[in-house]
Write a protein that binds this ligand. Structure first.
Ligand SMILES: Nc1ncnc2c1ncn2[C@@H]1O[C@H](COP(=O)(O)OP(=O)(O)O)[C@@H](O)[C@H]1O
Ligand SMILES: [Mg+2]
Length: 232
């Protein structure tokens, strides 16, 4: 699903150069649940932006589902996101002039899907916001906006979900509901999950835990997923 080789990236601020990724390699098979951890400023968000084609690397290659991002123009990358990738941004990126329902429906409307509102309503229900469809982002708490952002990222049934601290602003109860939702999606639909998280419990429940530090991505832990428990 994801193949990254020798990926390097830096930001240039005047004379200062910030090396964010130094020759990172990663291979993620379809359906895997991957947690990315690492200190603040270690490049976790930057890595997700590269994977979604919203930033370009200085060097190296990224392929999603066998498609090399480097050779694609902005329109082709937008199509790839629309068709195959769901993204939950750290800062949500909801459109303030649209209701929760319209924010979630937007990706489907852009693809001219007639069931856009119906499916958006079902997703909002699933993240516990069925009663808040008509509310605008400014009328929702941070955690509620985050759930709208999660519903929007899932509405088009992406093969790959990239989520930047998806439970970072949620209370324990809501956070657990969102973790369950993401894992259900993974088991039911085989959605590949790449989750940036500071939550050790969330990370431990993923198949793999990777840590970004000093520009390097290291494997911290690989879990062998237990087969579904058989009731005795
Ligand atoms: N647009 C930008 N311009 C310059 N520097 C940036 C930009 N975005 C991020 N950085 C810097 O790159 C480093 C990695 O940032 P980021 O990927 O957001 O880390 P993380 O998500 O792990 O906290 C940080 O030092 C950050 O300050
Ligand atoms: Mg970040």
């Amino acid at each position: 699903m994801i193949e990254i080789s020798n990926l390097s990236m830096h930001y240039q601020l005047g004379a200062a150069r910030i090396d964010v990724l130094r020759s990172v390699n990663l291979s993620v098979p379809a359906g895997q649940r991957v947690a990315i951890t690492g200190p603040s400023g270690s490049g976790k968000t930057s890595l997700l932006l590269l994977l979604s084609g919203l930033e370009r690397p200085a060097s190296g290659r990224i392929a999603i589902d066998g498609t090399e991002l480097g050779g694609m123009d902005a329109d082709a990358l937008a199509d790839l996101r629309r068709d195959r990738i769901g993204i939950v941004f750290q800062s949500f990126h909801l459109l303030p002039s649209l209701s929760a329902l319209d924010n979630v429906a937007l990706p489907l409307q852009m693809a001219n899907r007639p069931d856009a509102h119906e499916r958006a309503a079902a997703l909002l229900q699933r993240v516990g916001l069925g009663a808040r469809q008509g509310h605008y982002p400014s009328q929702l708490s941070g955690g509620e906006q985050q759930r709208v952002a999660i519903a929007r990222a899932l509405v088009h049934r992406p093969r790959l979900l990239l989520a930047d601290e998806p439970t970072g602003n949620l209370d324990d109860h809501t956070g657990e509901a969102i973790r369950e939702l993401l894992f259900e999606l993974n088991t039911e639909a085989g959605t590949t999950l790449v989750l940036v998280t500071h939550d050790p419990d969330f990370a431990a429940r993923c198949d793999r835990v990777l840590r970004l530090h000093d520009g390097h991505l290291n494997e911290v832990k690989t879990n062998v997923r237990a087969p579904d428990a058989v009731p005795v």
